[in-house]
Design a protein around this ligand. Structure first.
Ligand code: F6P
Length: 398
């Protein structure tokens, strides 16, 4: 009897998911004639009374390489570990479908859930996905390059209108508690100020750069990650989704920054929150290739029966690490990252108070990244030491 493998996409979507599905299916079909079963809407497809699944053959994955989104659907609410009865139902469905393994494509939250199911006996291979590029153990996730390209184009468009009107334009990117998107797109789009979750910004320092540019260039572009906050300030929480394994949704810090900057400046300040446009559309060629490599690597792990591991990219090489290593925290921009030094040395402000902006002393003076300890317990199993990210800070007053 041929091998039977399930595949699902969990968490927020991202460009390149279909490229992974295609590579997993083609690789398994070609190399071992496995039957691949697609599970709909993330873990949600295994949580109901009857599983929602469909066979994935060669034809069903042909022509999807360049399609954004996921042909299987996804969910960032479905939590198979919400209670033991649900976890048991998921395992029963997997057994009834005769799945010998499950390929789970998702971010750190989905990997934590996958780890919990793996500990309960479901053989899993994880594939890291996220535009945020923040998955521990993986230096580049597919979707990130596409998001950076989208944000870069948006900054370029805002630059011409900022110049015409002599305005300060603030562009807010996604990225949660990591500043990778803001940093790379800010540099690629020639932002004058880049504000990251890893470096709390000094509002007076930001205003000083804008005032200086008012005198010389008339306009300023600020690129800010949604998880950035002022020194001594709080995260800007847009909403809380009670039934989501990761309930906090950040968003709106660009508007808070605009309100704080306006009284300090002569020019008009406007804010643009890019939002989900960063997650949509066709993956870039880089992401198509990376996603194809990740999918093929996942298939190799399945065929070697190396389960309960996640595909990774480390020092430019494909590999894998135990799922257990992924559930601990998220990967922020290190404070000694070369791109931070590059930004400072070419005169891009990172919102640091003067003195901190000196490349020679800045790294030791930058405050540590926000405390990533979270009150929400890791869902992988009761009492697991790994806490998932959350925020204790209440949303700012309207
Ligand atoms: O993790 C990907 C991401 O797009 C984050 O950058 C963002 O904070 C979050 O998901 C938004 O989630 P939702 O789609 O639930 O609003």
């Amino acid at each position: 009897m041929s091998m039977r493998i399930g595949i699902l996409t969990g968490g927020g979507d991202c460009p390149g998911l279909n490229a992974v599905i295609r590579a997993v299916v083609k690789s398994l079909l070609r190399q071992c004639g496995a039957e691949v079963i697609g599970i709909e809407d993330g873990f949600g497809g295994l949580m109901g009374e009857t599983p929602r699944v469909r066979p994935l053959d060669w034809a069903s994955v042909s022509g999807i390489l360049m399609q954004g989104g996921t042909i299987l659907g996804t969910s960032n609410r479905a939590n198979p570990l919400q209670d033991e009865a649900t976890a048991a139902r998921v395992l029963r469905h997997a057994q009834a479908l005769a799945l010998q393994g499950l390929v789970v494509i998702g971010g750190d939250g989905t990997m934590a859930l996958a780890h919990g199911l793996a500990q309960r006996g479901l053989p899993i291979v994880g594939v890291p996905k996220t535009i945020d590029n923040d998955i521990p153990g993986c230096e580049r996730s597919f979707g990130f390059d596409t998001a950076v390209a989208t944000v870069t184009e948006a900054i370029e468009r805002l630059q011409t209108t900022a110049q015409s009107h002599g305005r300060v334009m603030i562009v807010e990117t996604m990225g949660r508690y990591a500043g990778w998107i803001a940093l790379e797109a800010g540099l690629a789009g020639a932002a004058d100020i880049i504000l990251l979750p890893e470096i709390d910004f000094d509002i007076e320092a930001v205003a000083a750069v804008c005032r200086e540019r008012e005198r010389r260039q008339r306009y300023t572009i600020v690129c800010i990650g949604e998880g950035a906050k002022p020194v001594g300030g709080a995260l800007t929480v847009q909403r809380r989704i009670a039934d989501s394994p990761d309930p906090i949704r950040l968003g709106g810090v660009a508007h808070a920054l605009a309100a704080a900057l306006q009284p300090r400046l002569a020019s008009e300040v406007r804010a643009t929150v890019l939002g989900h446009v960063q997650r949509g559309g066709s993956p870039t060629p880089f992401d198509r290739v990376l996603a194809t490599q990740f999918g093929n690597e996942a298939a190799q792990l399945v065929m070697r029966a190396e389960f309960n591991r996640m595909v990774t990219l480390h020092n430019g090489r494909l590999g894998s690490i135990p799922l257990a290593e992924v559930v601990h925290g998220s990967r922020q921009v290190p404070l000694d990252h070369p791109l931070l030094r590059t930004a400072r040395q070419i005169g891009v402000s990172l919102g640091e108070a003067s003195g901190d902006a000196d490349p020679g002393v800045s790294l030791s003076r930058v405050p540590p990244p926000p405390d990533t300890n979270r009150p929400t317990p890791c869902p992988c199993q009761p009492g697991c030491a790994a806490d998932r990210r959350d925020d204790r800070t209440p949303p700012p007053a309207a």
